[in-house]
Design a protein around this ligand. Structure first.
Ligand SMILES: *[C@@H]1O[C@H](CO)[C@@H](O)[C@H](O)[C@H]1NC(C)=O
Ligand SMILES: *[C@@H]1O[C@H](CO)[C@@H](O)[C@H](O)[C@H]1NC(C)=O
Ligand SMILES: *[C@@H]1O[C@H](CO)[C@@H](O)[C@H](O)[C@H]1NC(C)=O
Length: 303
C-alpha cells in the first residue's frame, strides 16, 4: 500500500532530477558564441540576454585598462564601423557616419583630410600590436587632441606581457605615463584564446596550425557584436568581391596609395605562413550578419 503511495512521489523526484541534469548539461554546453548569436534575435529559441548578462560576459572576455586595470565598458545603440579600405574613397558618408552613437575605426586610419568620406568622430579605435608604432609617430594627435577616443590594442602574449619583456606593452605604458588622459585597453590572454577559438569553431581550422593571423577586423567585429545593438559596416568587401567581374579596383587603405585591395587579399589568403585570412573571415562575417543586426554598405552585401 505504502509502496503504491510512494510511487508518484518517487516518479516526480526522479523527473525533477532528470530535468535538473539536463539543465546542468545545457549550461555546460551553451558556449559563449552560442550566447552571442542570441543578441538581437527574438524568438527562434534564443533567449535575449539582459544588459547585465551582456556586461558580465564582456567583462569575462574583455579588455583591461592598462593604467587602472578596469575592464572595458562600452555600450552603444547604432555602431558605425569604418573600414580602412580604399572602398571609402569618394563615398561622402562622413556626415551619416558621425551621426551614429559610436564610431569605430581601425589601426591608424586617419580622419583629418578624409572626413567628408569617413567622418570625423572616433569613439573607439581597435589597433593591432603591429600598428602601435604608427600611432606613436603621431602621438600628440592620437593621445592628446583626440583624447576622448578609447583605444583597444590586441596582440599576442609575447608582445603584450607585462613583465618588462613585452615590447608593445612597454610602449603603451610609456604613452599613458606621458598622456595621462589616454584611454588605453589591452587584450587579456583569455581574450586572445577566445578569438582564436571562434576562428576554429567557424572555419574548422586551427589558426596557429594554418599559419595565419587574425585581422584587426576580426577583433573589431567580435567586440562590436558584444557592445552594439545594431552595426553598420562601411567599406568592407564580401568574400566573392575580388572574383566578381569588373570589381572596383581600389587601394588597400584609403589613406595609402600604391597597394591594391584585392591583390593584397589574395596574397594573404594564399600565404602559407603569416597571412591574414581576410576572405575566409568575410565569409564568417556574412554568417554573423544573419544572426546579429549587421548591415554592410559601400559596397552593399545582400546577405
Ligand atoms: C583633451 O582634448 C581636448 C580637445 O582637444 C583638449 O582641449 C584637452 O586639453 C585635452 N585634455 C588633456 C588632458 O590633454
Ligand atoms: C536592425 O536595425 C534596423 C535599423 O538599422 C531596424 O530597422 C531593424 O528592425 C533591426 N532588426 C532587428 C532584427 O533588430
Ligand atoms: C558580393 O559582392 C559582389 C560585388 O560587389 C556582389 O556582386 C555580390 O552580390 C555580393 N554578394 C552578396 C552575397 O552580397
Amino acid at each position: 500500500m505504502s509502496c503504491l503511495k510512494r510511487g508518484p512521489v518517487l516518479a516526480v523526484t526522479s523527473v525533477s532530477v532528470f530535468f535538473f541534469l539536463i539543465v546542468l548539461r545545457l549550461i555546460n554546453e551553451v558556449n559563449f558564441l552560442k550566447l552571442l548569436s542570441c543578441f538581437g534575435q527574438s524568438g527562434s529559441g534564443c533567449v535575449p540576454l539582459s544588459d547585465i548578462q551582456r556586461q558580465s560576459l564582456a567583462y569575462r572576455h574583455g579588455y583591461v585598462n592598462i593604467k587602472t586595470r578596469e575592464p572595458l565598458h562600452l555600450e552603444c545603440d547604432l555602431c558605425a564601423i569604418v573600414s580602412s579600405s580604399g572602398q571609402m574613397i569618394g563615398q561622402k558618408m562622413g556626415r551619416e557616419i558621425d551621426q551614429s552613437s559610436c564610431v569605430w575605426r581601425m589601426n591608424n586610419s586617419p580622419t583629418k583630410g578624409y572626413d567628408e568620406d569617413v567622418g570625423a568622430k572616433t569613439t573607439i579605435r581597435v589597433v593591432s600590436h603591429t600598428s602601435v608604432p604608427l600611432l606613436l609617430k603621431n602621438a600628440e594627435y592620437f593621445f592628446k587632441e583626440t583624447n576622448s577616443t578609447v583605444y583597444v590594442i590586441w596582440g599576442p602574449f609575447r608582445n603584450m606581457r607585462e613583465d618588462g619583456k613585452g615590447i608593445v606593452y612597454n610602449m603603451l605604458k610609456r604613452i599613458v605615463e606621458k598622456y595621462r588622459n589616454a584611454k588605453i585597453y589591452i587584450t587579456t590572454e583569455e581574450r586572445m584564446d577566445y578569438c582564436d577559438s571562434i576562428f576554429k569553431e567557424e572555419t574548422g581550422r586551427d589558426r596557429v596550425q594554418s599559419g595565419s593571423y587574425l585581422s584587426t577586423g576580426w577583433f573589431t567585429l567580435i567586440l562590436a557584436i558584444e557592445a552594439c545593438n545594431r552595426i553598420h559596416v562601411y567599406g568592407m568587401i564580401n568574400d566573392t568581391y575580388c572574383r566578381t567581374e569588373g570589381f572596383r579596383k581600389v587601394p588597400y587603405h584609403y589613406y595609402e596609395p600604391g597597394r591594391y585591395e584585392c591583390d593584397e587579399y589574395l596574397l594573404h589568403e594564399n600565404a602559407p605562413y603569416g597571412g591574414h585570412r581576410f576572405i575566409t573571415e568575410k565569409r564568417v562575417f556574412a554568417k554573423w550578419s544573419k544572426l546579429h543586426n549587421i548591415t554592410f554598405t559601400h559596397p552593399d552585401w545582400t546577405v
